[in-house]
Design a protein around this ligand. Structure first.
Ligand code: AMP
Ligand code: MG
Length: 527
């Protein structure tokens, strides 16, 4: 067998890592789900198919969600609901609360948990799988089928020592961030709703349970392919690759080597996704191959973070002590993960050279996308050879001054080419103001070269530099209120984050820097 996977790109030593997700008590409750019939939302209004269930049984385990005691509505996303033709207001109705908490299943639903494997923190972890997610099926939309998955819907054969549940805290974070990322224009899985329950869930302390309904055309991961490769099951590997190509990349059938073309396209999509992350300062805290979508979607929001005081070495996941998934490392880790996928697809691709050629698309796709996004962030309409130097000196300046990522880019739009004397607000973001002046002079020269018009540039920049992102402290406030059964802050944040580029002057304080109390906030794999 030929091996493709290189050493860790970040140059840090690999370490073994227990499954990300702290172990709590085993739920083990017998399945008591009922078939939801006779209510308007069943087979007729929620016409679920399950294309994934048409794969051979080895790919999943059919099972019902474990009912959640006395579920109640917490939140729903109107744009996500409209994607599947639903009115979000209806999701608070008892029928939907039952359905989206796993206490009832629609008539045509074939619930299942999928099996996959993966590399966790660079180490082969063997079999994982949907340990707490249950796929209900897919709904046809004008953009193709959309799968509905309940996260936190009870134990499955892949739960290992986990309880199959998710807590309200992490569910709110996943819900808000999925929808915020979509509004930022970043490829992502979506979040339809959160249903809560008073059921106690043991994490560091006892918390309460919740179920997030996630949506994506597919939840197949890089690790889904690795599973069959490491089990030496070429037939299943081919079935999965053919399913993915035929369902989501049908144009690749025309390629001379469709499996190589699949790898190349996934590399490009992954590179683009990570460039988008970097351009808004988003960090995925657990870029394990089991969390990498075969569709290039941001998937499995756990200990994620948005960059505040800029530090390229920032690690958003407290559990990631070695910083494998630091901001600076994420692009390279994305490439490493593509190598892991390439390794798994190698028996189908055939030649190492062909796999390598597909993998080589990653770096240029990333660099190209990143430069395009950065030019837009700086309001540049043309491309110059020394743009990279301008970007590098900007990041160096941001680094030494620990300037707030989001606010810096948003405020940069206020710069006037011919009026440095009006730079005060921007300039005051920096400790080393003369250093800022030097960079700003360079930037102004560049703007003059393309005859940039202040008002036009400002408008264009405000369409790509968000004013509002899901800062940890904002999520924390919403979580703490929700833990006291006040869900208004979750709804308010959702509304603000769905229009991240709008000024929303009435919500100005949501763009503020984190307060002092937030300095101790840490997010970990506990979810
Ligand atoms: P993650 O790092 O959260 O993506 O999870 C890694 C693996 O652990 C996946 O197979 C999850 O399904 C599983 N897992 C995480 N938390 C739990 C839990 N509370 N119960 C069961 N399985 C879990
Ligand atoms: Mg995961």
């Amino acid at each position: 067998m030929e091996f493709l996977i290189p050493f860790l790109p970040c140059g840090r030593p690999a370490r073994t890592f227990a499954p990300c997700g702290k172990i709590a008590f085993q739920a083990g409750a017998p399945c008591r789900s009922i078939l939801l019939t006779g209510i308007a939302i069943t087979a007729h209004t929620l016409p679920l198919d399950n294309a994934f269930a048409a794969l051979p049984p080895a790919f999943y385990t059919r099972l019902m969600p474990t009912p959640l005691p006395a579920p109640y509505f917490v939140a729903a996303s109107a744009p996500a609901a409209s994607l599947i033709g639903l009115d979000a207001a209806r999701l608070a109705e008892p029928g939907f609360v039952e359905l989206l908490s796993g206490n009832a299943v629609a008539e045509r639903s074939l619930p299942l948990a999928a099996v996959y494997s993966g590399h966790q923190f660079g180490v082969w972890a063997g079999q994982l799988g949907d340990g707490r997610a249950i796929l209900l099926g897919d709904i046809a939309t004008e953009h193709g089928p959309m799968e509905l998955q309940l996260k936190g819907a009870g134990a499955t054969p892949y739960s290992r020592m986990g309880d199959g549940r998710a807590v309200l805290r992490s569910s709110i974070r996943e819900f808000l961030c999925s929808e915020a990322m979509a509004a930022l224009g970043i490829p992502t899985s979506r979040a339809l709703s959160i249903m809560g329950s008073q059921q106690g869930i043991m994490r560091e302390t006892v918390e309460t349970a919740a179920v997030v309904t996630r949506m994506a055309p597919s939840f197949v991961r890089f690790g889904s392919f690795e599973h069959w490769f490491y089990r030496k099951k070429p037939d299943e590997l081919k079935i999965l690759a053919d399913y993915v190509i035929d369902s989501f990349y049908p144009h690749l059938r025309a390629a001379a080597n469709p499996y190589q073309a699949l790898l190349a396209e996934v590399c490009v999509r992954t590179a683009h996704m990570i460039a988008h992350w970097q351009a808004v300062g988003f960090m995925h805290g657990v870029m394990n191959t089991d969390n990498m979508s075969i569709l290039g979607l941001t998937l499995d929001y756990g200990p994620f973070g948005f960059m505040e005081a800029f530090d390229t070495e920032h690690i958003c996941n407290h559990t990631d002590q070695q910083g494998r998934y630091s901001y600076a490392n994420q692009p390279q880790v994305g490439h490493w993960n593509c190598y892991a996928l390439g390794q798994a697809l190698l028996p189908l691709i055939g030649e190492v050279a062909e796999a390598q050629a597909a993998l080589d698309t990653y770096q240029s796709a990333f660099a190209e996308k990143m430069n395009t996004l950065l030019r837009a962030k700086l309001g540049l309409r043309t491309q110059h050879d020394d743009d990279t130097q301008l970007f590098d000196s900007m990041f160096a300046l941001m680094q030494t001054n620990h300037v707030d990522f989001t606010n810096f880019f948003r405020t940069l739009a206020t710069l006037q080419v011919d009026a440095p004397e009006h730079d005060t607000v921007l300039r005051d973001m920096f400790i080393d103001r003369p250093a800022f002046d030097t960079w700003a002079a360079q930037y102004r020269t560049r703007l003059r070269q393309e005859h940039s018009v202040d008002a036009e540039r400002q408008e264009a920049m405000n369409l790509v530099n968000p004013k509002y992102v899901l800062r940890n402290y904002l999520a924390q406030v919403a979580i703490e209120k929700a833990q006291q059964h006040d869900y208004t802050e979750v709804a308010t944040l959702l509304e603000i984050l769905q229009k991240p580029f709008d000024e929303q002057p009435e919500h100005q304080h949501y763009a503020a820097l984190p307060p002092d109390w937030a300095s101790h906030l840490e997010v970990s794999c506990s979810s």
